[in-house]
Design a protein around this ligand. Structure first.
Ligand code: NAP
Length: 316
């Protein structure tokens, strides 16, 4: 008989009331895969979007679905040919697989070892879990798609959330100037993360506020907010500047804007780089709240507000 683990799961798409907590079979460990005992798993807006069924036409799925794409933990067992890590090694991953089926809000996950990187040795599990999805999103948007350079200026929209919090810090590590946008309550938080200037999107025209502190316009807009905030910001972009969005897919944009949409991909080398940045004290994660596995529905309700500051995490 298959071994079992406690997990949060759902058997049909819908609201948070679909979430159940119970025992699920641990899958067989196949070639190149490892069994990881999960110590903590961060919660992301996409977990709620997938559960609602918003992505069902784009990502193949199989019920029951265990939600969650972020995790950290220890290697428990290795499958045939899985030799990058030893049993007991501490690892973390952005664990989005081709099928939406086995996620990270559970005691264990079976995953190809190629997804994993050694986790930072200097911070607690709850903080480590908060890095992969948002860290890779910010990394791939600001460094890869945005190609932000030392001395340039980036305007980050939605800069107090999970992605934006890492985005501010990665841009500062690159030597850029950061203008960060969120609501009033998060202005001090964004400054603490390293933002040079902050803008409250409520009751302010974002382009005017940006031009007031950066008259020549910004080199990069990193959009984690979309909607009115994005529309208002566009005239703050230099004509040679670039717009990178993780929400807007380019419909209706002025074709003269150099635009790229990013959908985050697993990347263990970039995760390893972020481990070194954390260990060097250059990258920090602020965990707003820790939930138990039994509180998964409450955690998903919070992330659906789209006003979470920092990260929220589930400890199974
Ligand atoms: N394409 C991808 O690969 C990818 C990857 C990761 C995330 N995403 C998406 O990107 C979005 C951000 O992700 P996240 O994890 O950072 O979300 P999050 O942790 O929920 O943070 C959202 C942040 O946006 C701010 N915000 C809300 N409304 C805003 C507005 N009108 N103008 C400016 N800022 C606003 C909030 O600040 P206040 O509370 O101060 O308003 C909050 O700090 C989500 O929709 C997520 O699904 C996409």
């Amino acid at each position: 008989m298959a071994r079992q683990m406690r997990a949060a799961y759902y058997e049909e798409f819908g609201g948070v009331e679909k979430i159940k907590i119970g025992n699920i079979d641990i899958p067989e460990i196949k070639e190149g895969e490892v069994l990881v005992k999960i110590k903590a798993a961060a919660v992301n807006p996409v977990d709620a979007a997938v559960r609602e069924g918003y992505l069902k036409d784009y990502l193949p799925y199989r019920f029951p679905v265990i939600p969650g794409w972020d995790m950290c933990g220890t290697i428990e067992e290795r499958g045939f040919s899985a030799r990058r890590f030893q049993v007991g090694d501490e690892v973390y991953a952005y664990a989005r697989r081709p099928w939406v089926h086995f996620g990270t809000f559970a005691e264990y996950i079976v995953i190809p070892e190629s997804y994993l990187a050694f986790s930072p040795r200097t911070i607690p599990w709850e903080e480590t879990a908060g890095i992969p999805l948002v860290g890779l999103t910010a990394y791939q948007s600001i460094y890869d798609a945005g190609n932000l350079q030392e001395g340039q200026t980036v305007l980050i929209l939605g800069a107090s959330g999970g992605v934006g919090s890492l985005g501010i810090q990665l841009a500062k590590i690159r030597g850029a100037r950061v203008i960060a946008v969120a609501s009033k309550k998060n202005q001090d938080y964004m400054k603490e993360l390293g933002a040079d200037e902050t803008i409250d999107y409520t009751g302010t025209n974002i382009s005017e506020a940006t031009r007031a502190v950066c008259p020549e316009g910004v080199d990069l807009i990193f959009d984690c907010a979309a909607g009115q905030t994005l529309q208002q910001s566009l005239s703050a972009l230099k004509h040679t500047g670039k717009l990178v969005s993780i929400l807007h897919q380019g419909q209706g944009l002025d074709p003269k804007i150099d635009f790229q949409y990013v959908f985050v991909e697993p990347n263990s080398s970039q995760l390893l780089h972020m481990s070194t940045l954390v260990e060097a004290g250059k990258l920090q994660i602020w965990v707003n709240k820790v939930y138990t596995l039994d509180e998964t529905a409450a955690a998903l309700t919070q992330i659906q507000t789209h006003h979470t500051t920092g990260k929220i995490v589930i400890v199974p």
